[in-house]
Design a protein around this ligand. Structure first.
Ligand SMILES: [Zn+2]
Length: 208
């Protein structure tokens, strides 16, 4: 049953990396009725606020801006979902020890070159850091940190520890940072407990 209280602005952040949390804005991927949390540009903003890409005042400013260009806002939301699915396919291939489709990598590289064009190195407290936000007059700048996160994960050792939730219906991905690398569930409280409960139920039926 779909939990109506969950939305893009309060989803659990269990991926361990920004790009994986972004992938997890689609729930129940392995079922015939996946649940989409990025249906509108305001959903994308709510998620961006939730994960800290936007400050509250930026979120308000972007909300106002989007009202003035609704067709563009719809386009950016579609682009966000297309980006998410491209990243998802790449990481699932890696998780299954397969090579990502060249088309997906090429597509991702297109997103990446856009994000890099909007990126700068800026002076930070203890050195330098990336500012990937770029032109904040554009509605799609909120995607840049996600694209950068995916690029960072792809060139790191993290790729070895990307896992898919053991419940194939769930479809969430996460970085397994546990010491023994035996994390199976996106959320022990949720998918883990559900599996435990259904094992218990099946056992009870068998015992009749
Ligand atoms: Zn799960």
């Amino acid at each position: 049953m779909t939990d109506k209280t969950r939305n893009a602005g309060n989803l659990k952040l269990l991926g361990g990396r920004l790009c994986l949390d972004f992938i997890n804005t689609l729930d129940w991927r392995g079922t015939e009725t996946p649940v989409e949390f990025l249906n509108t540009y305001p959903d994308l903003l709510a998620w961006s606020r939730h994960v800290g890409i936007c400050t509250p005042s930026e979120t308000r400013r972007m909300t106002e801006m989007a009202k003035g260009c609704q067709a563009e806002a719809r386009r950016v939301c579609k682009r966000a979902v297309a980006l998410r699915e491209t990243i998802y396919r790449i990481f699932v291939a890696i998780n299954q020890n397969k090579n990502p489709a060249p088309k997906d990598l090429a597509e991702f590289n297109q997103y990446l070159s856009g994000a890099l064009k909007a990126s700068q190195i800026i002076r930070a407290k203890d050195g330098y850091s990336w500012n990937t936000a770029g032109d904040k007059a554009r509605l799609d700048w909120v995607l840049n940190p996600v694209i950068r996160s995916a690029a960072d994960v792809l060139v790191s050792d993290d790729t070895k520890n990307i896992k898919a939730c053991a419940d194939p219906a769930c479809g969430w991905l996460f970085l397994d940072s546990s010491r023994n690398k035996r994390r199976r569930w996106c959320d022990m409280q949720d998918c883990g407990n559900r599996a435990k409960a259904s094992r218990f139920y099946r056992k009870k039926i068998r015992q009749g």
